[in-house]
Design a protein around this ligand. Structure first.
Ligand code: CDP
Ligand code: ZN
Length: 169
């Protein structure tokens, strides 16, 4: 019999940085793990465009083969426009808990040229762990550049990869 006490999930997300020249979008903020990254260009998104929370949400849902974030919160619905990613992940983690699982750990890699992730790491870990109500030691966040290569390397976008483990009981 297959032992389902543990389930692994992976999630990915990417958002385009806004062009500074688009005045009407210039005020859009950059959120990472629920933390407002001050004085940084924001991203294009239907929600608040938080790549950390979106990739973590998909990892949590994926671990239990639940519908992904785009199915639960379609980006063509007026009712979900501007929705907070904290609300989205709360809903997703609620589904996980309903099935009797909780988060063992999540390892999150943000790939971007800027900002320097290490400067915000502690704040993001505090934020994500408090949103999910888990110990800080269960969340790891690290940054990586694309060494100037491709769209992320050219500072056109920011992406995030997450792997998580859930345990039953
Ligand atoms: O040294 P290597 O080419 O493997 O990696 P890098 O992309 O140049 O990043 C070096 C280190 O800077 C990473 O290991 C992170 O600790 C940090 N980093 C960061 O804090 N925020 C980023 N956006 C990118 C890198
Ligand atoms: Zn997203």
């Amino acid at each position: 019999m297959i032992n389902d006490s543990f389930r692994i999930g992976s999630g990915y997300d990417i958002h385009k940085f806004l062009e500074f020249t688009l005045f009407e979008n210039a005020a859009k903020k950059l959120y990472l793990g629920g933390v407002l990254i001050e004085e940084h260009i924001g991203v294009e998104a239907h929600s608040d465009g938080d790549v950390v929370l979106h990739s973590l949400t998909d990892a949590l849902l994926g671990a239990l083969s639940l519908p992904d974030i785009g199915v639960l919160y379609p980006d063509n619905l007026k009712s979900t426009k501007g929705v907070s990613s904290i609300e989205i992940i709360n809903y997703a983690y609620g589904l996980v808990k309903e099935q009797g699982y909780s988060l063992v750990n999540a390892d999150i890699t943000i790939v971007t040229q800027t900002p320097k992730v290490s400067s915000y790491k502690e704040r993001m870990i505090s934020s994500v762990s408090s949103v999910l109500n888990v110990d800080k030691s269960r969340i790891n966040i690290k940054g990586k550049t694309k060494e100037g290569l491709d769209s992320v390397g050219k500072q056109k976008a920011i992406e995030c990869f997450t792997v998580c483990l859930l345990s039953k009981g």
